[in-house]
Every structure is written in C-alpha cells, then in structure tokens.
Write a protein that binds this ligand. Structure first.
Ligand code: ARG
Length: 411
C-alpha cells in the first residue's frame, strides 16, 4: 500500500518546495503538487520539473487564467471591490480559485488532506483554509510553514539535505505575489511605513516621472458591467486585462501604497501594482454614475464595501457573498456603454463616457437655452423637504437663532 496523499498548492518557490520532503518526513504523506496559472509570469514547465525533483509523486499544472477572470475578477469588478477603499484584492481573489483546484485534485486523487505554504501571520492562510473547508469540510488542511518554525537559512539547509533544488539567484529583499489582477510587494525596507518604496520594488509600472510626456487615451466598451473591447478590438476579459496592465503600467498607472489591516489583527505595509484593475474599476464606476439612479449607487456602495471585505477575509465561498453577488448582478443590467480613459504620468482619469441607458438629460442639466427644468417648482419642493428641519429648529434652543457671538456683543 502506498502512503496517503496530500495535495499541495505549489508555487515553485523555496517554501513550497521544502514543504514536499517535510510533509513526507513529518506527516508520512506523498505530495501531489498543484500549480495554478492565474497569470503569474513563471515558467510553468520548470515549476512542474522542480516539483518532481523536490520529491512530489505527481505535479499538475492548470491554466486557469480565463476561469480566474470570468468567475472571480468579473464579479469583483462589477462590485468595484477595493479593500479599505484602495486595494483591488488581487492576491485575495486568487486564493479561493486555487483552493477550488486543490479540492478538485484531492477528490480525483483520493487525498485526505490539502496543504499550502502560507505562514501563520498572513491573510492567505485564512483564505486557503476557509475556501477548502467551505468546499470540502472533510479535508484536512496542513500548513507546514505554520508548524516548522524554520528561518530562511534553515529552510535552505533543509532543502540541501533533502535534494530540493535551491536556485543560486540572489534572493530579492521583497516578497511578491503576482496574477492578472495585480502584483503585491512586501518585506525589506517596505516594512517601515514611513519610507518611500524604492523604484526597485516595482516590476509592472514605470515611475510616473519617467512615463511618456504625452497621454494615451484608451476606449473601453462595457456590456452589463464588464469590458468587452479595448480601442475597438473585442477581447476576452483575461486578455483585455493583460493588455491593459501593459499599457497602463507603461504610463505609471496603478501604484498603491497601503497600510493594511490584516484579518489576524496585524497592520502591514503593502505595495501593489494593479494597472488594469485601477483603470477598469474607475471606468466602471464612471459608467455606473451615468446609468444608475442615486439611491442604487448609494446602496451599492455599502454592498461593495462589505463584498470587498468578504473577499479579503477569505469568505468567497459563503452564503453572504453569493447573496450580495445576486444584488450586484441585477444592478449591472444597464451598465453598458463606452468609457474613454486618459493615461498620463501615473494617473488614469475619465475623459468621456456615453451609454444608450444614460440618465443624463441635457434638457434638464443645461444652463443654456433649451432648459426644460421648471425652476419655480423647486420652491414648493424645498418647502416640504425642509419641513422636518424647521419643525426641529422651532423646538431647539438653537445657537443659530441666537445673536451671533461677534466681538460687538461680548460683555
Ligand atoms: N496583503 C495582501 C493580501 O492579503 C497581499 C498578500 C501577498 N501574499 C503573498 N503570499 N505574498 O491580499
């Protein structure tokens, strides 16, 4: 009888490579490595080879870029999901997808456990654990890095002693994570939130000061809340994102410096580069502003905040997330039209927007000839609208009705 199996989320880095012999040695488990392509720029064949070389009994690689865009990024964009108002949740959105792949492979391989390389201090452990538990409560989740207590140097020694290939490349001072929706950077000097991120921390964006001296305009056509073409060229969502990352990144757009409140209670300083996400969310919001009534916009904003927090907190596969998704989905029925964005020296601004469902009526908005708004009706409206204010004021010994406390009146 061969040993029981564990399905490991494998990135090809040092932690997850060391995890392979560690799971064998300490848990008696054979490791099936799973690497999910969510748009990170790595050579997946090399990753597969390295998994095998590190002792995995099998190594699966899944191209999930389309699935990631259509099933995770699309709902996030429709919800304008920004954690604490700034972070487009790039890393957070990939975790439930990877979790789902782990569960699928675990079922296929008859494994009793899944594993990941997250430490016990971050959000990603929460997201992996909760996604897999929500989808397959019977599976055990093992996080070797939460248990082994090894420093980086000890990990390298452990790797050498267990025939795990150790790359000779100079270790970067930063810890990064990348996918279609963005790149996150932590560690090194970034751990001081009062130090400006050095240029070397950035990988996807040019410094705004070095960006081209003339702007680029990009025209995005949306259908029901999602972009379907860029500058007249129809593109599948995942390809549009990849192209927009290039274009906006070349103008220095999408840099985010965030002191973030982690699920486990720690404040951490995170630097992100999310060119496409920033442009698309801004464009989407602009279109919504044109086609959605005020009360829907306002209510949606509270839903969006909660939605973003659920993603951050690892609750993608939860009844509340699904329910909020239903609300968001209905609001997108008329979010179709065209938005032109101007990319220039680190900024992405709205240059224009139009829609067949536009609620903007020139004859009501204009201050020129052709005004159809009946201004005389406003007086009656304001009389009734202001009634509660007047009633309240009449009952309140108000400072407003007292003589102004200017120097003249002071004793
Ligand atoms: N703080 C971000 C988040 O929680 C980024 C985490 C980056 N993860 C990583 N394994 N490097 O979403």
């Amino acid at each position: 009888m061969s040993p029981p199996k564990v399905v490991l989320a494998y990135s090809g880095g040092l932690d997850t490579s060391v995890a392979i012999p560690w799971l064998k040695e300490h848990k008696g488990l054979d490791v099936v490595a799973v690497t999910v392509d969510v748009g990170q720029p790595v050579d997946l064949e090399r990753v597969r080879t390295k998994a095998k070389a590190s002792g995995a009994v099998a190594a699966h690689v899944a191209d999930a870029r389309r699935e990631f865009a259509d099933e995770f990024l699309a709902p996030a964009l429709r919800a304008n999901a920004l954690y604490e108002g700034v972070y487009p949740l790039s890393t957070a959105l990939a975790r439930p997808l990877i979790g789902r792949h782990l569960v699928e492979v675990a079922h296929r391989e008859g494994a009793a456990a899944v594993a990941h390389g997250c430490t016990g201090k971050g959000n990603d452990q929460v997201r992996f654990d909760l996604s897999t538990t929500s989808l397959a409560p019977e599976l055990e989740v093992i996080a070797p890095a939460r248990e082994w207590g090894m420093s980086r140097e000890q990990e390298i020694d452990y790797a050498r002693a267990h025939q795990v290939p150790v790359e000779a490349t100079a270790a970067s001072p930063y810890s990064t994570d990348e996918n279609l929706w963005g790149r996150s950077v932590e560690c090194g000097v970034l751990e001081d939130p009062d130090v400006e991120p050095p240029e070397a921390a950035y990988g996807w964006t040019v410094a705004p000061a070095e960006a081209p001296d003339s702007p680029t305009y990009v025209r995005l056509v949306f259908e029901k809340g999602l972009p379907v073409s860029m500058d007249g060229r129809p593109l599948p969502f995942h390809e549009l994102i990849a192209r927009l990352n290039q274009l906006a990144g070349s103008h220095g757009v999408g840099r985010i410096d965030h002191v973030e409140s982690r699920v486990v209670g720690i404040k951490s300083r995170e630097v992100y580069e999310c060119p496409a996400a920033v442009v698309l969310i801004r464009a989407h919001q602009a279109l919504e502003g044109l086609v959605l009534p005020r009360d829907v916009l306002e209510f949606k904003r509270t839903v969006e905040q909660r939605y973003a927090q659920l993603i951050y907190d690892g609750l993608w596969f939860s009844p509340l997330r699904t329910s909020l998704e239903a609300f968001v989905q209905v609001t997108q029925e008329r979010v179709s039209g065209e938005v032109t964005m101007k990319l220039f020296k680190g900024s992405a601004t709205i240059a224009g927007r139009r829609s067949p469902h536009s609620l903007y009526q020139p004859s009501l908005a204009t201050y020129s000839t052709g005004d159809r708004f009946r201004q005389e009706m406003s007086e009656g409206f304001i009389y009734v609208w202001g009634l509660p204010a007047r009633t309240w004021a009449a009952q309140t010994p108000s400072t407003a009705s007292a003589p102004p406390r200017t120097a003249k009146y002071r004793p």
